[in-house]
Write a protein that binds this ligand. Sequence first.
Ligand SMILES: CC(C)(COP(=O)(O)OP(=O)(O)OC[C@H]1O[C@@H](n2cnc3c(N)ncnc32)[C@H](O)[C@@H]1OP(=O)(O)O)[C@@H](O)C(=O)NCCC(=O)NCCS
Length: 195
Amino acid sequence: MTSAHLPGCQPALTTTVRADRVLLRRFTPDDGEGLHASLSRPEAVRFEPYGVQTRAQCDALAATRAHDPSFWAVCRGSDGALVGTLYLHHDDPHEWRGYTLGYVFHPDHWHQGYATEACRALLDVCFGLWGAHRVSAHCDPRNDASWRLLERLGLRREGHVRQAASFSTDDAGRPVWHDAYLYAVLDSEWDRPEG
Ligand SMILES: CC(C)(COP(=O)(O)OP(=O)(O)OC[C@H]1O[C@@H](n2cnc3c(N)ncnc32)[C@H](O)[C@@H]1OP(=O)(O)O)[C@@H](O)C(=O)NCCC(=O)NCCS
């Protein structure tokens, strides 16, 4: 894993992170088409707070993400195809050095280890270069692929939060609540690469 960054140790100054098969880079306004390939698929957004996205919505997302240092475009090294998105947000208060992780990958690229590889490379940078103390993530307990990914990365299930969120309403307009697992890993626990 290598990373390119401007002088300093802030997340916004890191511009690329390279792993074996994938490259993480900043979004550009031209990524709307690549995002739409993923976010137009119901299985990709099933556990997201939003539904399937139109091309125009994806163009707007790409433009926004191009200026948001929390978002990373994950591209296949061999051909540059956009295979997924990572989200790694520096939580407030910043001095606690906590980060929140999220991810959405294109269904055509699931089950190949790309998400594991991309998350691991970014967390190496987060703990190593940015000096994170703790990285946490939430996921719906029904989202097996998501919590399996978190466990593969070495995050620990710290809690099962009841009725933590609602992304839809029932016919009577009442929120449909869902539970969430809370996962986290500390700096002292992160399995750093050799060297
Ligand atoms: C969550 C998500 C990113 C996980 O994707 P994934 O394809 O399971 O994860 P990876 O890319 O790391 O692939 C790992 C799987 O590929 C297998 N695999 C195959 N080749 C591999 C390789 N070379 N290296 C590592 N794993 C490999 C692993 O065994 C694993 O399968 P398993 O979970 O059945 O054991 C994906 O399901 C997704 O984008 N879901 C929609 C968005 C979403 O729900 N986000 C989370 C909201 S909380």
